[in-house]
Each structure stands twice: as C-alpha cells, then as structure tokens.
Write a protein that binds this ligand. Sequence first.
Ligand code: DQA
Length: 150
Amino acid sequence: MNILILHGPNLNLLGTREPEVYGATTLDEINIALRDYARTHGIELRIVQSNHEGELIDTIHAAVGWADGIVINPAAYTHTSVALRDAVSGVGIPTVEVHLSNIYGREQFRHESLIAPVCVGQISGFGPQSYILGLGALAHYVGEHNENEG
Ligand code: DQA
C-alpha cells in the first residue's frame, strides 16, 4: 500500500513554532515516527512538505497512479483553499485530514475546514499522534475498500 503524506505551510517550523500550541516535536521527528509505523505495517510512504499552495496541488496530482491514499495536514490552507479542496476531490484518492491542534477549540476562523468534506475523515487535536492515527485509519479504510473491490 502506497500513502502520500502531505504537510502544508509553516509545518517545517514545528519544534520552534508556537510550542504552546503545537508542542516541541519537529517535523523530522514526526516523519521518523510515520516511517517507523509504515515499516511495521507494510506501507510505502512518500512525504512532502511545502509552503506553496500550487506545489501541494501539483503533488496531489502527481500522486495519481501511485498513491492508494493521502494523509494531509493542510495547515492554514485548511481554512482558505478551494483549490486544494478541488485537487483532493478531483483526483479521487481517499484522503484523511489531520491537525496537531484541536481546530475546534481555537479561533472561530479555524473551525471551518474546506478540505474535510471531501476527505474520508478528519483527526484533530492529538499532537504528532494525529498523523499516526490518520495513517492507521487510512490504511484500514484502504484495506477494506480494496478487499471489497477485489
Ligand atoms: C494546523 C491548524 C491550522 O489552523 C494552522 O493554520 C496550522 C496547523 C494544526 O496542525 O493544528 O498551521 O493545521
């Protein structure tokens, strides 16, 4: 099973960025934990971080034909990007949205996700563990889906 992990803008700053909100774990540490999980569950990962909306969209397009699923933390684009939403719904690859923080416990403008309605589901508020939970949930979903198809 092939899964694309997509990290949106400013997530390269994790570890030093607002640690009271996002914790002290760096993006590299999150990626190591994801790779460990993937290795023990027979999952192949591609991991991309970008601060650019178009690059995130291009990466989603390029995943067609390779990725069985996408785990995305769209970061601030969660709340603004119709283009990213259209990319996710356009490629039809099962996608799980994840957030480190609980976006529903924060400012009002973070309460709406434009991306979540075109995702299989959303995990929000568990810190770095949100990514592992998202990957596990997606792998389970893809496994069930492929079984039903096969
Ligand atoms: C975030 C939540 C977003 O509202 C914010 O813009 C981020 C990070 C999270 O993982 O908690 O950059 O996606």
